[in-house]
Design a protein around this ligand. Structure first.
Ligand code: C2E
Ligand code: MG
Ligand code: MG
Ligand code: MG
Length: 279
């Protein structure tokens, strides 16, 4: 009997090859160390007003500066952080760091005190009963107006509809924090339920602009209008995208055309440069 025959008769083989298991195990260990050794960094990407490209806020996007692997993107480690539960600690770190940065900017640029910070929340964070309390504490400790904070939650997280998640959303809303649906249009939301969620902004998923689905974007804009919520289009890469979205009346934009996500120093320069031209 050959090995392959034995394997074929196994009813349930592990879904990962041994090497992948080892690699994953190693990555998990490194992820724990990363928090202790301060290897995570937040980058910031501007969100701009469509009319004049003026910066209205930033989205905080995590990166991992790995001692050997170099820069690691969130799509490579956030799923593992979620699987291992580490996302709670990482998520807290992200919130605190992003709030601290915004506080620095609001002090440094008092004319831009309406500057907002968007922070991504994972589905797992939303189902943590302590979430809204911890957000409240972090906001208070960093002396921020809760109205400066915008939390981005994917459509799929809303769809889970767990009682804890709903309580969190309502509580955050009561604090004055803004709630954004991230990657909107990819998660099959039922329109009737959309109306029940305490949301403020729909962020149109990158893929709509990338594939030029202007008619769909127009439909989302109309939907947003009837729900009385704002819209941000993500993934704006070209002047033509900008013109199209302006013609459709999309109020806010985000994408490489205006700026890639950059470190805090570069983001500070972006705000400073804008103040020079405006005042
Ligand atoms: P997202 O929240 O939808 O973030 C937007 C992603 O699109 C970012 O990728 C951003 O760099 C990228 N992007 C921005 N402008 C353009 C553009 O013009 N064209 C294209 N092709 N892409 C653009 P990034 O930074 O790699 O983040 C990927 C995802 O990882 C995020 O998607 C978010 O779901 C997750 N993520 C990032 N940071 C965090 C975090 O702190 N916590 C959690 N839970 N998730 C995070
Ligand atoms: Mg986001
Ligand atoms: Mg998005
Ligand atoms: Mg996305």
């Amino acid at each position: 009997i050959r090995l392959s025959q034995i394997l074929e008769n196994q009813p349930s083989l592990p879904s990962l090859a041994p090497l992948e298991v080892i690699e994953k195990f190693r990555l998990e260990k490194e992820l724990h160390q990363a928090l202790k050794q301060d290897e995570f960094v937040l980058f910031y990407q501007p969100i701009v007003c469509t009319q004049n490209a003026k910066i209205v806020g930033f989205e905080a996007l995590i990166r991992w500066q790995h001692p050997r692997r170099g820069w690691v993107t969130p799509i490579e480690f956030i799923p593992l952080a979620e699987e291992t539960g580490l996302i709670q600690l990482i998520g807290d770190w992200v919130l605190r760091q992003a709030c601290q940065q915004l506080e620095i900017w609001q002090e440094q640029f008092p004319l831009d005190s309406s500057l907002k910070m968007s922070v991504n929340l994972s589905t797992l964070q939303l189902s943590d009963p302590q979430l809204s309390l911890r957000v409240q504490q972090i906001v208070q400790q960093t002396h921020l107006n809760p109205k400066s904070l915008q939390l981005e939650i994917t459509e799929t997280a809303f769809l889970e509809n767990s009682p804890i998640a709903i309580a969190n959303l309502q509580n955050l809303k009561q604090q004055g924090v803004y709630l954004h649906i991230d990657d909107f249009g990819t998660g099959y939301s039922s329109l009737s339920r959309l109306q029940d969620w305490p949301i403020d902004v729909l962020k149109i998923d990158n893929s709509f602009v990338r594939t030029g689905k202007w008619n769909m974007i127009q439909a989302i804009l109309m939907l947003a209008q009837s729900l009385n919520v704002e819209v941000i289009a993500e993934g704006v890469e070209t002047e033509q995208d900008w013109v199209q979205l302006q013609q459709l009346g999309c109020p806010y934009l985000q994408g490489y055309l205006f700026s890639r996500p950059v470190d805090s120093q570069a983001a500070t320069l972006l705000i400073a440069a804008e103040q020079l031209t405006c005042y």
